[in-house]
Design a protein around this ligand. Structure first.
Ligand SMILES: Cc1cc2nc3c(=O)[nH]c(=O)nc-3n(C[C@H](O)[C@H](O)[C@H](O)COP(=O)(O)OP(=O)(O)OC[C@H]3O[C@@H](n4cnc5c(N)ncnc54)[C@H](O)[C@@H]3O)c2cc1C
Ligand code: FES
Length: 266
């Protein structure tokens, strides 16, 4: 587990850019002091838009980019919180808490990294792709072409090989991304693979199983509904196994969102 911990900041960050992207996603860039050096891939920010103030809970978003004083997120409008965020204008201020949680390890060497993304899972993995010391392969899956267009060029520019699969066959291999991933891992079974995944639970569980079968390590970023984001409310608990093998509960916001696959009890 990534040991890095730091004191999160609570700031009113100014919106510097906000635009629609392909595939129903939006990109939001916030000015956030010294974030570039603080944020780790896999960490998240907990946001409250002014339009969302009446609804108490913040919403968590993975950090997609962090450079200098700018922090970027990619989000999909799915409910009232993200709809409110979509209304925020450039120049307005957004209430941000972060960076929060434990991210992916970025100091791994002697491995062939395999990134596996479903949906907005591409956001933290794109950030990670630029921070890892070695390059490898990225597998991106989604329901249709609209879900797998995001970040593909980012990965390629950074020197990663990209493979895609869509359930309707509109881009890449038809079906779930786990099928080409399994086939590729079988062909490369003698390699020191290490998996880094972010997406829905089914995908994470499959990546964890694959890693266990090949005795590889896998790092999974869990997606849980959150309340406080700081470890106080227990809204985000996940059953885990500690170092002695005993089952216990972890708080995804504070102990994660990234866990080693062997720790998770599904
Ligand atoms: C660590 C973390 C990182 C995240 N990063 C991103 C990101 O980079 N980009 C992005 O678009 N979204 C991300 N999310 C999910 C994002 O927080 C939810 O989409 C958002 O909370 C939905 O808020 P809403 O008010 O629009 O929807 P709501 O009105 O609260 O819910 C709309 C629908 O979405 C479902 N939902 C809400 N939250 C989640 C969730 N966490 N997981 C699965 N389903 C959910 C609800 O059950 C409901 O069906 C992340 C979540 C976590 C926990
Ligand atoms: S969101 Fe409150 S403990 Fe995790």
């Amino acid at each position: 587990m990534q040991p890095r911990k730091q004191t999160p900041r609570l700031v009113r960050a100014r919106v510097r850019e906000h635009k629609a992207l392909r595939g129903d996603y939006r990109f939001l860039a916030l000015e956030f002091q010294a974030i570039g050096s603080l944020a780790q891939p896999g960490q998240f920010v907990h946001l409250r838009a002014p339009q969302l103030a009446a609804r108490v809970l913040r919403r968590p978003f993975s950090i997609y980019s962090a450079k200098g004083n700018r922090l970027g997120i990619l989000y999909k409008t799915v409910g009232q919180g993200t709809r409110a965020l979509a209304e925020v204008a450039v120049g307005e201020r957004v209430d941000v808490m972060g960076p929060l949680g434990r991210g992916f390890p970025t100091d791994r060497t002697g491995i062939v990294p395999v990134l596996v993304a479903g949906g907005y899972g591409v956001a933290p993995l794109s950030f990670l792709a630029g921070r890892l010391r070695v390059r490898g392969v990225v597998f991106v899956g989604g329901a249709s072409a609209r879900d797998v267009v995001l970040c593909v060029e980012d990965f390629r520019k950074l020197g990663w090989e990209v493979r895609t699969a869509t359930e309707d066959g509109s881009r890449g291999i038809k079906g779930l991304i786990t099928a080409p991933l399994d086939a590729w891992a079988r062909k490369n079974r003698s390699q020191p693979l290490e998996f880094f995944a972010c997406g829905p639970d089914g995908l994470l569980e499959a990546v964890g199983r694959l890693a266990a079968k090949g005795r590889w390590k896998a790092w999974l970023s869990l997606d849980k509904h959150m309340g406080c984001g700081l470890g106080a409310c227990l809204a985000c608990v996940q059953k885990v196994r500690d170092a002695s093998g005993k089952e216990t509960w972890a708080r995804v916001c504070r102990d994660g969102p990234v866990f080693e696959a062997a720790e998770i009890v599904w």
